[in-house]
Design a protein around this ligand. Structure first.
Ligand SMILES: *[C@@H]1O[C@H](CO)[C@@H](O)[C@H](O)[C@H]1NC(C)=O
Ligand SMILES: *[C@@H]1O[C@H](CO)[C@@H](O)[C@H](O)[C@H]1NC(C)=O
Length: 416
């Protein structure tokens, strides 16, 4: 009993100490740039480094789909729509396809939501296939490389595998027609059939204006040690448990629900964004996909993301120094989360917070309207520019063909 009281006194002291340290730091409001590759790459300006040709498609591939459900504009997969709008007025756009480095097909494959707002990508393969058929018959550029200088935005949970259940997504694999294209997607997990080599991993869409509206005074002390709001179990889709989040979220709850350092719950308060600005660590465990919008929120609100998702590939990992700004905890180590976080030296925490305060880091996570320098749109273009020049070998020799237009599930071959 005495022992326990002592531990509790220590925790109180610990939290108080953090408060003071965090307070001291916020008064100073210093930011730290990362010299060398990472931080500097974030500052790159893609203009002048690549030219993108935007195919003009009938509105049934994009605008009409959006008209049916305007919720697609605020959904976490909205990047497919905003990227289209951005490119139409971007200085990297060229109207002359003969001088283009990259070809972009504006097709909104993810904008098909259930009444509850869950995306069901059942029609996506047919829409995508139909769009590719159209561009390959009306322009010569697809056939010239069979898509190798084309990029597609596929922000769904499992990207171009087009299924919301991982098992099924794996079974389907990436749509065969996209085998040579560059995929721009939120899904990132190493050695996974739904992540093709050379893909560009982007953050999910989180509403910039809304986040902006909830900013609190930067001097506010960070008095919450660990913060998390969200599901621990998904009983509806995973009644037995253990499949959702591979059990990692359940383990967070079971181990730390009574720990005073952990402010965790399934209730989503109206002060959610404010609370993240009052927290030192924000848990970003996997859910059904390795990432969630929490990752973006944590960075924007300067809360150190604690990434619990083995083998995750993070957005713009070639530009954002995730190892420096975040903390990575293996899924099997979740039961030791308290020890892991409390043993990080204060100096290290303060350094991560200083790096997170760098506006470039936040800007790269957002898709603002209108676009701004160094935002996620620009990071996507930077990613595409870094792949140039294309290797000569991407061009097909006459008579050569690699793609198999009849591969994949038979149901995908039905016209859309
Ligand atoms: C591209 O190849 C397809 C399949 O071989 C063919 O049907 C189509 O006409 C070709 N497109 C052009 C513009 O020649
Ligand atoms: C294309 O895929 C179909 C369906 O899987 C298969 O039957 C056919 O043999 C493939 N064609 C070639 C040329 O590989």
């Amino acid at each position: 009993m005495r022992n326990r009281r002592w531990v509790f006194a220590f925790l109180l002291w610990f939290v108080a100490f953090w408060r003071i340290e965090a307070f001291k730091f916020h008064r100073a409001q210093k930011t730290e740039r990362i010299s060398g590759s990472a931080g500097d790459v974030l500052e790159d300006d893609p203009v002048g480094r690549l030219k993108v040709f935007v195919y003009e498609l009938p509105s049934k591939y994009n605008k009409k789909i959006l008209q049916k459900d305007p919720r697609c504009l605020t959904h976490m997969f909205a990047a497919e729509i905003f990227m289209h709008r951005f490119l139409l007025s971007s200085p990297v756009r060229t109207l002359n396809p003969d001088e283009a480095d990259w070809f972009y097909t504006p097709v909104y494959t993810t904008c098909d939501l259930t009444p509850n707002g869950l995306p069901l990508p059942f029609k996506s393969p047919r829409i995508m296939r139909s769009a590719i058929q159209l561009i390959s018959s009306n322009w010569p550029y697809w056939n010239a490389t069979e898509g190798a200088n084309h990029f597609f935005i596929v922000p769904h949970d499992f990207g171009a595998c087009f299924h919301y259940l991982e098992e099924k997504a794996i079974e389907r694999g990436i749509l065969p027609l996209l085998q040579r294209a560059t995929l721009v997607q939120t899904f990132g997990q190493r050695n996974h059939v739904c992540l093709k080599h050379g893909s560009i991993i982007i953050p999910p869409y989180a509403p910039p204006q809304k986040m902006q509206a909830h900013l609190i005074s930067p001097g506010t002390p960070r008095s919450i040690f660990v913060y998390f709001r969200g599901l621990f179990y998904d009983v509806g889709n995973d009644p037995e448990g253990g499949y959702y989040a591979r059990g990692a979220r359940a383990s967070v709850w079971e181990n730390f629900k009574d720990n005073p350092l952990f402010d965790i719950s399934t209730e989503h308060p109206t002060t959610y964004y404010e609370d993240m600005q009052r927290a030192i660590f924000c848990l970003c465990p996997l859910g059904w996909a390795p990432w969630s919008p929490r990752l973006v929120e944590a960075v924007v609100f300067g809360c150190i993301p604690v990434i619990i998702a083995d083998d995750i590939v993070l957005p713009f990992a070639d530009a954002i120094p995730w190892e420096d700004i975040g903390v990575f905890v293996a899924e099997k180590d979740v039961p030791r989360l308290d020890t892991i976080l409390t043993s990080i030296p204060i100096k290290e925490i303060l350094r991560k917070q200083r790096l997170l305060a760098n506006p470039s880091m936040k800007q790269a996570m957002l898709f603002p309207q209108p676009a701004q320098a160094r935002d996620a749109f620009h990071q996507i273009l930077n990613g595409l520019a870094r792949k140039l020049p294309h290797d000569r070998s991407i061009y097909m020799r006459s008579g050569e063909s690699i793609l198999n237009w009849t591969a994949g599930p038979v149901a995908d071959l039905k016209p859309w």
